[in-house]
Design a protein around this ligand. Sequence first.
Ligand SMILES: [Zn+2]
Ligand SMILES: [Zn+2]
Length: 339
Amino acid sequence: MVLDQICSLRENKNPLELMDLPDPVPGEKEILVKVRACGVCHTELDEIEGRTPPPHFPVVLGHEVVGIVEETGNMASKLKIGDRVGIAWIYSACGRCKFCLEGNENLCSNFQATGRDANGGYAQYITVLEDFLYPIPDVFTDSEAAPLLCAGAIGYRSLRLTGIKDGRNLGLTGFGASAHLVMKMARHKYPNCKIFVFARSEREREFAKELGAVWAGDTEEESPEKLDCVIDTTPVWKPIVEALKNLECGGRLVINAIRKEEVDKEYLMKLDYPIHLWLEKEIKSVANVTRRDVSEFLKLAAEIPIKPEVQEFPLEEANKALVELKEGRIRGAKVLIIG
Ligand SMILES: [Zn+2]
Ligand SMILES: [Zn+2]
């Protein structure tokens, strides 16, 4: 399923076209993967509508790829034909710059994204460097594993960036799919942490308590205890300002969002230095993922285990899945099945 140009999904409900492309041939250090499942992510909407535009067309989207090794390049020796592997948002990085050398390959200026800078998984075949593949634990079906490769791995990175230690207080502001995942990970990895959730709807707050939050309140409420770190998964600004007031001295707010909306930006004018920032409070954003995040998260997810609810579509119905996602019609993570 191929994207030929940027367009608005409101006007064009069929942005992708079913096409027969030549099968990709693996380079020396590459692997040819026969795709079995590919998750459908919000980022694809950003790519199609031009908020994260692909640099060239036509392009095959998709960065939550699960498949089987079909062929290995001449110099590729790490995988065998028949191995089940995953491919995530990180398609490649230079491996030589200061960021790559320190394990921050997500910040590499030559960071290539799967399904944007290189052809992705809305297809029967994909080629990728052997070092950018991950074994998929047996406990997951193909379609369960696919969504974990994106939201799960990025959630894991945001938890890692908080620098939290067991026994400390963790806040979550926003309680959608990615916050649920973070909550499950945090409870497993740091069993003595107390988790405080801020969410607008009563239903979300009740759900948070069912999942193990010690307290759940509305976005602007004051938590009963100061928080050592907070992860924000909302698309807006108010939760940031409100979370800062609940931070402990030296605490850290991690913003897990690619872009923030402009709608309530004036809320930032409420920032009061002594209340929100003084006493060494920090703010950090999350960008992309590293291979370490993906591998560590897959192991953790298998251990817990974390199994996402999924809704399957045949590859040919990728447009339908994308339009439903755009319109907010969500019954579990959408996954394309390629058979
Ligand atoms: Zn994604
Ligand atoms: Zn680099």
